[in-house]
Design a protein around this ligand. Structure first.
Ligand code: DGL
Length: 256
């Protein structure tokens, strides 16, 4: 039996799982949502590594041959240590600084991320490597993960918070002659579920970069390189949570 494990602190990684299911239809996926411990974004990196290790142990027991860390925060805090500790290949998710910098015409890109990701070394390094020609405006999305988990990703409450974080980056709100962002990087998988309100705020002059296709591409490469063959007994993804209501997580996934 060959499975691919996918995990996140909660519902955010289901966005990635949906893509993976579509693009690798013959593989079986196991998803773990660590809802009892979210938000990861406000925790210490060491704690996130401990939590992530427990999830990886669980996924390995379930015969996962490759693990997708479908969480920017856990990738930032822990993927290096996970790769050192475990013999399986890992695919992480990181804010898409490179494509955003390449696409930007105004020379300003926005990154909306959790505190851990925003302040982490990984983001710092990729800005240095890929964004030396543009100005990167990083904003921490305090409270947004919780709203998505409560099913309020498309609510006025979410919009109000998003306005506070994003409006200062937009040209229309800056003094005349100053350019605003024209690329917005969603640096947390939960934020995909805020997309309607984000689009309403930033309008169609700002391009929003979806990180899921890059993750799928890397997973495809690694299954090939590691000879991870598809299952001959295709099943629906198996979904687990450390929270109290796995049915709710499954329903959320099925509605995507
Ligand atoms: N989905 C996680 C991420 O991509 C959310 C983190 C959290 O629990 O704060 O960063």
């Amino acid at each position: 039996m060959t499975n691919i494990g996918v995990f996140d602190s909660g519902l955010g990684g289901l966005w990635i799982l949906k893509y993976l299911e579509r693009e690798l239809p013959n593989y079986n996926f196991i998803y773990y949502a660590d809802q009892a411990h979210l938000p990861y974004g406000n925790r210490e990196p060491e704690e996130i590594t401990e939590l992530s290790s427990k999830i990886v142990d669980f996924l390995l027991e379930k015969d996962c041959k490759l693990i997708v860390v479908a969480c920017n925060t856990a990738t930032s805090a822990s993927i290096t240590k996970l790769r050192e500790k475990y013999p399986v290949p890992f695919v992480g998710i990181e804010p898409a600084i490179k494509p955003a910098s390449e696409l930007s015409k105004t020379g300003h890109i926005g990154v909306l991320a959790t505190k851990v990701t925003a302040e982490g070394q990984k983001l710092h390094d990729s800005i240095e490597k890929f964004a030396s020609d543009v100005e990167v405006h990083t904003v921490i999305g305090y409270g947004l993960v919780e709203l998505v988990e409560e099913g309020k990703g498309d609510s006025d409450e979410a919009e109000e918070l998003l306005r506070k974080y994003l409006e200062p980056l937009l040209e229309k709100n800056l003094p005349t002659g100053q350019a605003g962002i024209d690329q917005l990087v969603l640096g947390c998988t939960h934020y995909a579920f805020l997309i309607n309100r984000i689009k309403k705020i930033v309008g169609d002059k700002v391009n929003i970069i979806d990180p899921a296709p890059a993750v799928v591409k890397r997973v495809k490469q690694l299954v090939e390189e590691n000879n991870i063959t598809p299952s001959n007994n295709k099943k629906e993804p198996e979904i687990f949570t450390s929270g109290s209501n796995v049915e709710k997580v499954k329903e959320f996934f099925n509605n995507l």
